[in-house]
Design a protein around this ligand. Sequence first.
Ligand code: FEO
Ligand code: CA
Ligand code: CA
Ligand code: CA
Length: 652
Amino acid sequence: MTQELDAFHAALAAHDDVAINPSGNTPLDRLVDQGRRNVLKGGLALAAIGFFGGGISACRAVADNGLLGFKGVPQQFDPAFDRVLVPEGYSARAFFSWGDAVLADAPAFKGDASETWQDQLKQAGDNHDGMHFFPFPDAPDDHGLLVMNHEYINPTLHTDGIVYVDGKRKVEDVKKEQAAHGVSVIEVKKDAQGHWQRVDGSRYNRRISTLTAMTLSGPLAGHELMKTASDPEGREVIGTLNNCSMGITPWGTYLACEENWHNYFINRDQADYAQRVSHWRYGIAKDGVSKNYGWETADPRFDATPAADQPHGGHVNEPNRFGWVVEIDPFDPTSTPKKRTAVGRFCRECSTLSLGTDGRMAYYYGDDTKGEYIYKFVPEGRFDPANPAAARDLLDKGTLYVARFEAGGKGRWLALVHGQNGLTAENGFPSQAEVLVNARAAADLLGATPMDRPEWVAVHPTSRDVYVTLTNNDDRGSKKPVDAANPRPQNLHGQILRWTEEDADPTATTFQWEVFLLAGEPEGAKDEAGKPVPANLIGTIKGDAFSSPDGLAFDPAGRLWIETDFDDEDPAMKRIGCNQLLCADPTTREVRRFLVGPRGCEITGITFTPDGRTLWINVQHPGLSYPASDGKSRPRSTTVLITRNDGGVIGT
Ligand code: FEO
Ligand code: CA
Ligand code: CA
Ligand code: CA
């Protein structure tokens, strides 16, 4: 079983980041307070209070003590390490695991993966990833909705793993996998003893999956490029998938992002594939089976080979309907999720908000593939806290930009707008629809900077400085030259960049950037034989060593939390240990290790209560012996609740 899992994870890791870029391109403040009060009055979404975190009081509370007030934890190298290690004075509790009941009539987790797909639709999905806590206004630090992504599935979803019979998957198995993808919404509340509990059977509890109908919204809704045999209108998509990280809006909605959707599709027509930019530029499979689970062998919607005898070519356009932002109102369990298409299509990690004092905003996106780009979307409208209902469709109109990081610390946002910068019919972009669907190809043309796998973006709660994780890139120096922002060949450990938009304006088109840190081993590190470690593995961290930053978020007081995602079986990681959560002071750049996860896991997803006293993180695909929420030893992705034993603010 271990070998099977390892092989599966290795296969996933091998193809979710394959470089396919062919180009040669080298205080959230008073307004928010006012806005959330009005949003609440207007009843648009109860969520709004405190969704930016704890604000000023928490900020002051820690400023007196210095930002990093906890005792760091050591690296863990034991191949059998099976715990979540937190600092002295803190507790970590498994809170919500794959298979836990979400809907009122969900069966209890059976333990042997014998659940049907209908059962799975009522239970927590697999591979918990990005998440957010939306507080209720009556008790924002004690009561709210926890919303999280379920990125993909492990073979442990089934009693017998991933099985093919005569080259085909079983329909029931594929449906169970589709049911285990998507999003969970669960109500959570402190009990009379002050302990956080899940509210069983809450009317807010909801599962959204690859089987949930959603509306296509924005410029591509109803467009030719979105029409398929099963949706001839091009306006309704069934499902979302590979939801990695996320974002929130000022009006209190959740943004689930679609990351490695290309792994679910195949186009076997080699001639068609070669000329179809919307397929090859994203790395859709062209022979064998689709890269992840061979769904197309049981669900024809995932076979994007053109079919001349079917309306709209069968499902050749189905891949165009993934790679977007899905907006969900967690406080309205009957609402239909909307796929927003003005934001461009790529392998979107996240959708991170920066809100200006005048209500103008930006959403930042990483495209997590080797040598891909960083984007931002600037809505045309402003968020008007006095008129929150008008915010409903703000994500349908605006300008998409891609980043160029120039040597010397200057950066530019290049507009991906039809008719500008060569994005014309002669160059393959007859309208804005093609620019959005083929955003990567449009960005190639503009000379955007290929990055070392952009993952999460975080925006400082008061300065609006923007930080991004570039997780790693073992092709740097071979397929793409090194440059100032991606300075290491064979970059196995990754880096964090930061920038300041001109005048701290989220909508600016120029910025100043710098490398915040290069991850890796300390200066002078030696290997097991006593030899100096190669230069490409040496970082610039002031403090605790780590590799492959991925999750990234600020807490209410402005501490930067960094989550890691690397293969801890990889020999290059043998001096790094298991995956971790670290905390950085953005001013001093000091980094301290806060948490180490069980062997085999990724640490991802992070959210706080507004008072900063409760922290949830996700342990994704842990090794075989990590006890889940039922205390039993079975590998289950799990949300972990972290509190300080004295009830204090986390990190101080
Ligand atoms: Fe799903 Fe980019 O990690
Ligand atoms: Ca990630
Ligand atoms: Ca990652
Ligand atoms: Ca992952």
